[in-house]
Each structure stands twice: as structure tokens, then as C-alpha cells.
Design a protein around this ligand. Sequence first.
Ligand code: IYR
Length: 238
Amino acid sequence: MAQDDRFPFIPYRPDRIPPEEALRRGRELLERMDARRSVRHFSEEAVPREAIELAIRTASTAPSGAHRQPWRFVVVDDPELKREIRIAAEAEERQSYEGGRMSEEWREALAPLGTDWHKPYLETVPYLVVVFEQTHGHFPDGSPRKNYYVRESVGLACGLFITALHTMGLATLTHTPSPMGFLREILGRPRNERPFILFPVGYPATDAMVPDLRRKPLSEVMQWNPRGSTQSGEPAPE
Ligand code: IYR
């Protein structure tokens, strides 16, 4: 891609939001995002194409290493392609769950989520969005051009994608059939693209059920000003 990445600098002057309004918006976003759940039971109801485009455009606002935007969101709504993906994903997952590719400890960790190798939703959901990470780009002459912090960048884009979908009342699941190489084959992606996450996207089924998970409290996910005791070499107490 011959996109020029030498930019002039321009002023950045976002509106200053008064503190009360800022906190109100922050609380509102938290409440909305806290209601998000990964879903495995989807409605077959059609989803406007623009909703997918909006979510991908939102995802693509993510920061990325050297602003290389090393992602590609491949959208599948063709029933035959969806079926092919389901068949290939289930074959891999079957090997993982029943062919001994997943450790006992791993299967034990997943047991409360009730997952197994069957992935019928891959065929019935309106869209599959397969996100690819671009391990490198290309100079105009076709020679490889390095990307930076690829996984971090694509992970951030995926977080924004999920946020946008949830904002529009859509549900998804961060599905990572393992190994995922078949997605590159089926979708005919070039060698510099590696599958990252497969997102089935649709409305949740009206009778969808989810495990009653709890999120870690703030006290377990936030820590202020910790200091390692460099003198003693001991780690800081919990
Ligand atoms: N890829 C498998 C297994 C799986 C792994 C993890 I880690 C999960 O949080 C959930 C499932 C599957 O999709 O079933």
C-alpha cells in the first residue's frame, strides 16, 4: 500500500468536558460495558450491513505501532463460506477437545463455560468477522515493510470493535479455534496475514444463556504507586 505516512502536525483541541459531565459519561460507559457478555447463542435475524461497517471503522481508530494499522477485518456472510469455516473450525476444535491437544488443566478451566467442539453458530449467525494481523506490510515496490507491536495494535482494535458492537446491541464471541491457519486458506489471504480472532456477530438469541461470571473488583485490578524494594531485592508485599 503506497499510503504516505509522513504527516504534517495539526492542532488537536478537543472540547473540554466539565468534570461532572465527564464523570457522568464515564459512569454511563462503565454501566453499558459491564452489561456486555460473550454470547454463544445467536439470533438469525438480519443485521444491517452498516452496523458492521461502523464497528470496523471504530475498530480501525485504534492506536497502532508507528500508525501502521496492521489489521484486516474480513467479513463473511456467504452461507457456503460460513459452512466451510464451521466444518474446518469444528474439525480443529474436535482435535483439541477430544484428540488430546488441550491439556487436562485447560479443559478443566473451560468446564464451567460449558464449551465443546460443536460450533453451530458459525453457520447460523448473520456475519463472521475474521480479524487478521498483518505481520508486515509492503513498500510500493512490493518489498516487505516491517510493522511494529502488531499483536498489541490488533488487540486494541478488537477491543474497540467489541465495544462498538455492544453499543449497537449486537453480540459477539472472541472465538479462537486453534490452530487457525485454515482461515487463511479458506479466505485466500496473503502470506503476511495471520488469523487473530474470529468474531461471530449477530443479535443474541432471545433465549440466550450465559454463565453467571463475576468480574474482579477494582481492588484486584488496580494498584496505586507500588514500589519494588530495590534495596532488599524483595518484591513489594501484596
Ligand atoms: N478454542 C476453543 C477453546 C476455548 C479456549 C478458551 I482460553 C476459552 O475461553 C474458550 C474456549 C473453543 O472456542 O471452544
